[in-house]
Design a protein around this ligand. Structure first.
Ligand SMILES: Cc1cc2nc3c(=O)[nH]c(=O)nc-3n(C[C@H](O)[C@H](O)[C@H](O)COP(=O)(O)OP(=O)(O)OC[C@H]3O[C@@H](n4cnc5c(N)ncnc54)[C@H](O)[C@@H]3O)c2cc1C
Length: 479
């Protein structure tokens, strides 16, 4: 932590940082610090809401180049000051919270689009780019990143890389780790390195993927090259209402195992169909809503659509047609914002888990049962949003309408639900998690998830960040 109590030392380090990155890029006023003490994790939101003292950084720095990031990390290493990268602050795991004070390294001024390579179909950009801006820059050149997360307007490229993020079209175009070609990274000791320029090679382990998902604990990613895609000639959607989640899951799994290439499949369990889909799509019948889409050349889209519809028809669902699918697509971000999204004073969390088709329904029922049996005040809903050849991601949520008012009591209740639900998922073959990351929220569960292999991850952390300055307290690495 910056030695706040020792004013001489604090002023010396602040002067050193100012010299390195410019006066305008070093801020320690209360509003800047407060703004960097709360992300999209429910816990700090509740903490602030109930007038508890915030845990801000000592100083916020906004370097404008990778060289400036390197200078900041060298200073932090000299004085052993914690550095927590901050992108858009939209992470749901408390990953960007500077819980031990020190430097909040805000990447928003690292926001240049460097090159669109129209021959190889790649884009190179700095990691502080807001994802919507990056998509617009790509579209201006006639292409698309095909990365459409619900937080596209409030999160950065670096944040997605750090949390292994995903967008609504991931089933065809992949997650951010499938999109990334290479990275520029500033190591904790202040060296600027580049990973190999192509993602498929046999030159040893994949260094790019060591940094992807490392949540700011191994260094700061400053630049990335991503694949981009032509804008498809056609994109179509179709929706069905199945009698229950099980039959809908059978149809979704068959679409994937026959190797059709949907851009998206989204399947809502009966309670979420009743609670959320009903509000947006005005469907007031009992059942499990499933929507899918295909894109590409029109004749291929039509063929894949027909085949996917035929697979669904085997389960005898109500055919809601293309309009109920198009409406879902038009509203795809709406589900994640008020009044459709849960908000304080409710207590809520996204218990996301990923598993194989052989396990995913078991995981769903294990989590649902453990939540509903132990916490009768909680509602459990879920949908399956990202699909693979081998399985799917469960975006399960719990909601408590009237949680206890005492902040310590509600925090303990909240953590208990996570502890029990996530361990029930792990016991049934689930992995936490598919695209939200670990952060502060789930670090304590990492040893259970990995078993003895977690020690290998910890040794990588110690080797790459010997002074432990990078994002301490996150991902279960301790301090
Ligand atoms: C309404 C809403 C909807 C959402 N929907 C989605 C969704 O559809 N898909 C999805 O994947 N996520 C979603 N999220 C979660 C969130 O947007 C993602 O986790 C996103 O990746 C966070 O990006 P950020 O720039 O806000 O990162 P932050 O929250 O600022 O940081 C997240 C983590 O990344 C680290 N970090 C940030 N930048 C760097 C860098 N350059 N180098 C190293 N480490 C870095 C931070 O230290 C922290 O550990 C949603 C969030 C909200 C609020």
């Amino acid at each position: 932590m910056l030695p706040q109590t020792n004013h001489y030392m604090f002023e010396m380090i602040r002067s050193e940082l100012s010299w390195a990155v410019g006066d305008d890029n070093v801020r320690d006023d209360d509003s800047d610090k407060l703004g960097h003490s709360i992300d999209y994790y429910w816990m700090p939101e509740m903490w602030h809401d109930r007038n508890q003292p915030p845990r801000p950084p000592d100083v916020v720095v906004t370097p404008e180049t990778a060289e400036a990031v390197a200078k900041v990390l060298k200073i932090a290493n000299t004085y052993k000051i914690p550095v927590t990268p901050w992108g858009g602050g939209s992470g749901s795991q408390g990953g960007a919270l500077p819980i031990y004070g020190g430097i909040s390294l805000d990447t928003k001024k690292l926001n240049r689009v460097i090159e669109v390579d129209e021959e190889s179909l790649t884009i190179t950009a700095e990691t502080g780019c807001n994802m919507q801006q990056l998509e617009w820059a790509t579209e201006k050149a006639g292409f698309s990143t095909m990365h459409f997360p619900a937080s596209i307007a409030c999160a950065t490229l670096g944040g997605f890389l750090a949390h292994r993020g995903t967008g609504v079209l991931s089933t065809k175009y992949g997650k951010i780790e499938d999109m990334v070609m290479s990275l520029e990274v500033v190591t904790p000791e202040g060296e600027i390195i580049n990973t190999l320029p192509v993602p498929r090679h046999a030159s040893g382990p994949d260094l790019t993927q060591v940094y992807v998902g490392s949540e700011g604990t191994l260094g700061v990613m400053t630049k990335a090259t991503l694949k981009i895609h032509p804008i498809p000639e056609s994109r179509k959607f179709h929706a069905f209402l199945f009698k229950d989640m099980h039959t809908a899951m059978a149809a979704g799994a068959e679409i994937m195992s026959t190797r059709l290439r949907p851009t998206v499949i989204r399947l809502y369990d009966e309670p979420e169909t009743a609670k959320v889909i009903k509000k947006v799509l005005d469907i007031d019948r009992q059942g499990s809503y499933l929507v899918f889409g295909f894109d590409g050349a029109e004749d291929m889209v039509d063929l894949e659509m027909r085949k996917a519809c035929a697979i669904c028809a085997k389960q005898d669902p109500e055919d809601l047609g293309t309009q109920a699918g198009e409406t879902w697509w038009d509203n795809r971000y709406k589900f994640f914002y008020p009044p459709y999204m849960f908000q304080l004073p409710q207590a809520f969390g996204t218990l996301d888990t990923v598993g194989t088709f052989a396990n995913i329904e078991k995981i769903y029922w294990a989590m649902k049962n453990v939540v509903e049996e132990n916490f009768p005040e909680a509602t459990f809903i879920g949908h399956f949003s990202h699909w693979y050849e081998w399985g799917a991601m469960l975006y399960a949520r719990f909601i408590i309408e009237e949680p206890p008012q005492d902040p310590h009591e509600v925090a303990a209740l909240y953590n208990r639900i996570w502890d029990m639900a996530i361990r029930a998922a792990i016991d049934n073959g689930g992995v936490i998690n598919e695209h939200h990351g670990v952060g502060l929220k789930l670090g304590r569960i990492m040893p259970d998830l990995y078993g003895p292999a977690f020690d290998v991850l910890k040794r990588i952390k110690t080797a790459l960040d010997p002074n432990g300055i990078m994002n301490p307290g996150k991902m279960g690495f301790g301090v």
